[in-house]
Design a protein around this ligand. Structure first.
Ligand SMILES: *Cc1c(COP(=O)(O)O)cnc(C)c1O
Length: 461
């Protein structure tokens, strides 16, 4: 199917200093550009459909089969099937466990990749697609803002990939020591920049660099959740998990602990491709701008974002909100200004969101371990709390799956305090202690960041 990508800002005709991008691009262009020329986010049209027969045929098959089905539906016009298969086989060399908690409630563990975070799923595909689509001889410069886990997943995914350099910006005070270590020590073509500021500052620096004409010659591209190449692989696990658990055709509730909303957007697209998603639950931490929006119809971003123990979700103005608004007929720009309200009733029919405090998160970790011997870390616990609060309100007997987005061993101090032991390290993390490396240190000012880029980036391979 011939799928094109348009900008979420295409209808902003009467906004000062903004020229809406009215055209469309291919997947390759959307992947390499990261965001649209008008700073909107790229959206696929049409969204390809999956047949229930094809979904159920994935039962018992490896994860790679689901990835081939979903990615193939989007990319069959732009990349040869065999090349795509090769990319998927290389990217997904780790297990994807589905853990039963009780009755028809499950945890989908997306924490077995090289950086023990669900972001490995998207980053590893995206890095390889970029390498495939890049013009030979031309260097790509990837800039990533991370609140913790994105950066290391992206960095590890790109490590050693020819012709691509990666710089990762993280907020110095908001990432854990282990996350710092993961980011600072990747090495090779991947460097970390420790920013004196918040995650939102890092995100703004990156966004400013992308729209700075003086930096255009560096072929800047993003690997943040604003890149559609990050969203596409995040559709796959919803389809895979459904095929493993469902009998056929029944509805499923997915609960996705949410920050920048890229993960949940994968579920939204899975539903639009034909997966029978009954509800998409998107619990947040103390950054409650979205649950408040669903309740009141008024969107107010939280700036600066609030710190919490589920730190990869400390986002006060989620990038992918623009995509959700677009899918429901609304428009919001990157500053969080709403230009057109989406169909709120329809949104509320399909999506629910609650804000979960750190205290509730901690109690959930203790309770789920006590009652079920299931170990959750703070992000997954925000998810589980959101699922339980939904079940309290609706007594829904449907099949329910909550995503665990990071490995509990990434939070040894917190879990030791709550459970009395630190979870065993996955193999990927055992190696970490031996690694060394230093980040660059910068303030959150744009001029300094720009000078840094002009000094460090290269144009040609
Ligand atoms: C990034 C991240 C999230 C939030 O995902 P979004 O796509 O930003 O909503 C949740 N948990 C962990 C561990 C993460 O790294």
């Amino acid at each position: 199917m011939n799928i094109r990508y348009y900008s979420t800002n295409r209808n902003l005709d009467s906004v000062a200093d903004l020229v809406p991008f009215k055209g469309t691009v291919t997947f390759k262009e959307a992947l390499l550009q990261g965001q649209a020329p008008d700073e909107g986010l790229f959206m696929p049209f049409p969204v390809p459909a999956l047949a229930m027969d094809d979904i159920m045929a994935l039962k018992g098959l490896p994860y790679t089969a689901a990835a081939e089905l979903v990615a193939g539906a989007f990319l069959d016009e732009e990349i040869h099937t065999d090349i795509l298969k090769g990319i998927i086989a290389e990217a997904y060399n780790f297990p994807v466990p589905i853990e039963r908690v009780k009755d028809r409630l499950y945890i989908l563990r997306l924490d077995q990749g090289p950086t023990a975070s669900f972001k490995d799923f998207a980053a590893r595909i995206m890095a390889r697609l970029m390498s495939h689509f890049r013009r030979p001889g031309e260097r790509l410069n990837v800039l990533v803002a991370t609140s913790g886990d994105t950066g290391s997943a992206v960095g590890e995914a790109f490590k050693g990939v020819a012709g691509i350099d990666v710089h990762i910006l993280y907020p110095r005070e908001e990432v854990s020591d282990m996350q710092k270590k993961q980011l600072d020590t990747i090495g090779d073509n991947v460097r970390a920049i420790s920013i004196e500021g918040k995650f939102d500052d890092c995100q703004n620096l990156v966004k400013q660099a992308f729209s700075d004409p003086a930096l255009a010659k560096y072929n800047l591209t993003s690997a943040n959740s604003i890149n559609f190449g990050r969203i596409l692989p995040q559709i796959v696990y919803y389809v895979y998990c459904y095929a493993q658990l469902a009998v056929r055709g029944e509805e499923i509730v997915y609960c996705v602990p949410s920050g920048n909303f890229g993960d949940a957007l994968g579920c939204e697209f899975a539903g639009r491709m034909g997966l029978p998603v009954k509800k998409l639950l998107m619990p947040t931490n103390a950054n409650d701008e979205f649950p408040r929006f669903l309740k009141t119809g008024v969107y107010e971003k939280i700036s600066p974002s609030r710190a919490s123990i589920s730190n990869a979700m400390n986002v006060g103005n989620p990038s992918n909100l623009a995509r959700f608004f677009d899918l429901y007929g609304g428009t919001v720009d990157r500053t969080g200004k709403v230009h057109k309200i989406p169909d709120l009733d329809e949104m509320k029919r399909r999506i629910e969101s609650v804000s979960v405090s750190d205290q509730q998160t901690r109690e959930t970790i203790k309770k789920v371990y006590r009652d079920f011997h299931v170990i959750l870390e703070p992000h997954g616990a925000v998810g589980w709390y959101g699922l339980e609060s939904y079940l309290d309100r609706s007594a829904d007997p449907a099949l329910c799956v909550c995503l665990e987005t990071a490995h509990p061993a990434k939070f040894p101090g917190e879990l030791n305090d709550l459970l009395g032991f630190a979870p065993a390290l996955p193999n990927s993390m055992k190696e970490l202690a031996k690694r060394t490396g230093e980040p660059f240190f910068l303030s959150s000012g744009y001029p300094e960041f720009k000078r840094f880029l002009e000094r460090h980036l290269m144009i040609n391979e």
